[in-house]
Write a protein that binds this ligand. Structure first.
Ligand SMILES: *Cc1c(COP(=O)(O)O)cnc(C)c1O
Length: 397
């Protein structure tokens, strides 16, 4: 399987925002201090509407790990979204909001709202999850034994290993049963007295090679057929995972183009009553968040103006490490531009945001900003060196 990765191609041109928005960001920084991480809830709602417009039959399970801010969960829940969680704390963030919903009485209500989509679960987590009759993914026989022993009330979804070619972040080296062993694993689950309700896959994050989805759907369809013919078992849920690409630059093909392909293949390969789920993470939040930081130091290094700002790769820019993404650092100030370095605030030289930002001459105290920074950024921020994560501010809630 291809393990090469690309960066997201989030370039300075794609980062353009209008004058009014720039003034707004500066105002928010004045009111709240810096670094400040701004979440635009209207943009999240817009992304959700766009997804549902093109994939109307697909139930959205927002992948909470992309940005686990509880207010985002609330906004998406109000839109009708469900959630993909991968740990007990993520489960509880969502559960706090759904526990009082009226559909609680329904026997499988929690499945309608939450899928626990981490194929590897600690025994303590399974023991805690069991009371909720959760829907959980698995991809190996050891996990099946753990589920039978510690969460026998769970419904199961088998995660398949599918091609990741050309995705920015690949996941197949860590997760997914080989398609060749899938039916045997499903048979083993039924033999253990458990019920496999569905199949799932993830084509890799920021997937711009749409053939990955087509191949994954075909692999799933043949496994579902074999389950019926060999085991006499009907699989009723198909979870097509995440990977829906964000338009970090104009070359990224649209969700509409992907949706046309997906809708046609789903109609061709699966019965009309198949429940289709998706777990978009990045797509719903990446372009909905912005960061404003402040220049706290200035030096000339290797003949280059070098700025030290109060956010860096241990914090909101952590996506540069974990997500293979780049976030251009932009200035509010106008003026002739020079190639400049931008460093984060910690004592580690690794805390380098870029060695080639095009910036005007900046002074200490000047503000800089980055856009399209909502996914896998604030969520993976640390407290390294005693610097806390950026303050979060919500707009258009
Ligand atoms: C991370 C993850 C997602 C979200 O992926 P995106 O590429 O951000 O859409 C969905 N499902 C699972 C199981 C994941 O691990």
């Amino acid at each position: 399987m291809d393990t090469t990765v690309k960066t997201c191609g989030n370039d300075a041109k794609a980062s353009h925002i209008d004058r009014g928005s720039r003034q707004n960001l500066q105002q928010l920084a004045r009111e709240n201090g810096t670094p400040v991480f701004i979440i635009d809830h209207e943009k999240i709602r817009e992304n959700y509407r766009e997804f549902k417009k093109f994939l109307p039959k697909v139930q959205v399970y927002f992948a909470v790990k992309a940005n686990s801010n509880p207010e985002i969960v609330k906004t998406l829940l109000d839109m009708g979204s469900s959630f993909d969680v991968a740990s007990m704390p993520e489960f509880m963030i969502v559960y706090e909001f759904i526990k009082d919903l009226p559909d609680k009485e329904r026997q499988d209500w929690i499945w309608d709202r939450i899928i626990y989509a981490n194929t590897i679960k600690p025994i303590e987590t399974l023991e805690e999850l069991n009371q909720y009759k959760p829907l959980v993914t698995f991809d190996n026989i050891e996990e099946l034994r753990k589920i039978r022993a510690h969460a026998p009330q769970a419904g199961l979804v088998l995660r398949l290993r599918v091609p990741n070619t050309g995705s920015m972040v690949e996941l197949s080296s860590k997760f997914g049963a080989d398609p060749g062993e899938a039916v045997d694993l499903i048979a083993a689950a039924f033999d253990h007295g458990l019920v496999v309700e569905g199949l799932s896959f993830h084509v890799g994050s920021q997937c711009t090679n749409f053939e990955n989805y087509v191949e994954a759907l075909q692999i799933s369809a043949s496994i579902i057929e074999e389950c019926e013919s060999r085991l006499g078992k009907k699989i009723r849920i198909l979870d097509i995972g995440g990977g829906f690409p964000v338009k970090y630059n104009p070359e990224v093909r649209s969700i509409e183009e992907l949706a046309v392909k997906l809708n046609a293949e789903i109609a061709r390969l699966f019965p009309a009553d198949m429940e289709i789920l998706a777990e978009p993470g990045r797509f719903l939040v990446a372009n909905a968040c912005m960061l404003v930081a402040k220049v706290i130091g200035k030096a000339y290094r290797n003949g280059k103006p070098s700025y030290y700002i109060n956010d860096g790769v241990y914090h909101t820019y952590s996506g540069q490490v974990f997500d293979h993404c780049t976030y251009p650092v932009l200035a509010f100030k106008e003026g002739p531009k020079q190639i400049s370095a931008v460093f984060g605030p910690t004592c580690d030289a690794f805390d380098t945001i870029t060695l080639s930002a095009e910036l005007p001459d900046l002074e200490i105290g000047d503000l800089v900003y980055s856009v399209n920074i909502g996914a896998y950024s604030h969520a993976s921020s640390t407290h390294f060196n005693g610097f806390p994560p950026a303050k979060v501010v919500h707009i258009n809630k």
